[in-house]
Design a protein around this ligand. Structure first.
Ligand SMILES: Cc1cc2nc3c(=O)[nH]c(=O)nc-3n(C[C@H](O)[C@H](O)[C@H](O)COP(=O)(O)O)c2cc1C
Length: 244
């Protein structure tokens, strides 16, 4: 008996024999955007500061996972806006589809972005949800949650030092109706593209970024009130002002 990973890989392969022959499972279509009914506040984001003067080739060459941050200073909100735009900014529209800076299988965009803000000028510490179509933040919980988040990330201390941590979840139904169980493959790939955009944007802006896959899923789901099934954490990344 093979493990679940191997079975998943085998059972979600497209083959010439059953690509069109499989019985459709009829999953419901999910709304393309998420809005909270009663966020504590809605905060418009400033114009992204797309500075840095680093060209793509340099950013690729120098990109590293950076885990040492200067805890004491705050990130400017224009810089945070640039990072959000780089990861999930809307860069073109066609009919009902709003295309983003990162690619997404079927342009279904199942990945949602949350932030744990510890030190960003003009933003109070708290947990936020990013809305790409409005380019704003919904405040979900007030206060610095970086300690709980650190514990949920297997005690990786960089989370507590980071000015902000990006938390990416997936609303699985957005991809499931089209791709069925194969959707999970695409969700993880989508998240990878988003994180790489964050890495490169961070590099261009002289910030430190580190991806985090080592995390207690349900502790993070709990922090953001996600059920862990319909919507579940998939990935995280810290962003910090580099320690000199
Ligand atoms: C899917 C994924 C998960 C990762 N999870 C962690 C993590 O939990 N903690 C960490 O310190 N680094 C994590 N990393 C960063 C890797 O350790 C890092 O990319 C690798 O050591 C190569 O170094 P570089 O990114 O500086 O090139 C992760 C990277 C990826 C792509």
């Amino acid at each position: 008996m093979s493990g679940i990973g191997e079975r998943y890989q085998q059972e979600t392969k497209y083959t010439r024999e059953d690509l069109y022959g499989r019985a459709r499972q009829r999953h419901r279509r999910a709304a393309p955007f998420k809005d909270y009914e009663e966020p504590l506040a809605v905060i418009p984001l400033p114009e992204p500061e797309l500075g840095g003067n680093v060209d793509l080739w340099e950013a690729l060459r120098h990109r590293r996972s950076r885990r040492s941050y200067n805890h004491a200073v705050a990130l400017r909100s224009e810089v945070l806006a640039a990072l959000l735009w780089a990861t999930q900014g809307i860069s073109a529209g066609k009919g009902e589809i709003l295309f983003r800076t990162a690619p997404s299988a079927g342009a279904l965009y199942p990945v949602e972005t949350y932030l744990s803000v510890r030190a960003v000028e003009t933003l109070q510490p708290g947990l936020y949800h990013f809305r790409p179509e409005h380019f704003d933040l919904e405040l979900l919980k007030k206060g610095d949650h970086s300690r709980e988040l650190t514990a949920a990330a297997l005690a990786q201390n960089m989370v507590q030092q980071a000015q902000v941590t990006f938390i990416w979840s997936a609303i699985v139904a957005r991809a499931l109706w089209k791709y069925e169980d194969r959707a999970y493959r695409y969700i993880y790939l989508d998240a990878g593209h988003i994180a790489q955009n964050l890495y490169l944007a961070g590099e261009a802006l002289g910030l430190g970024v580190c991806a985090i896959g080592a995390l207690f899923d349900d502790e993070i789901n709990g922090l953001f009130d996600l059920d862990g099934t319909d919507e579940t954490i998939v990935y995280m990344a810290t962003v910090g002002v580099r320690a000199r």
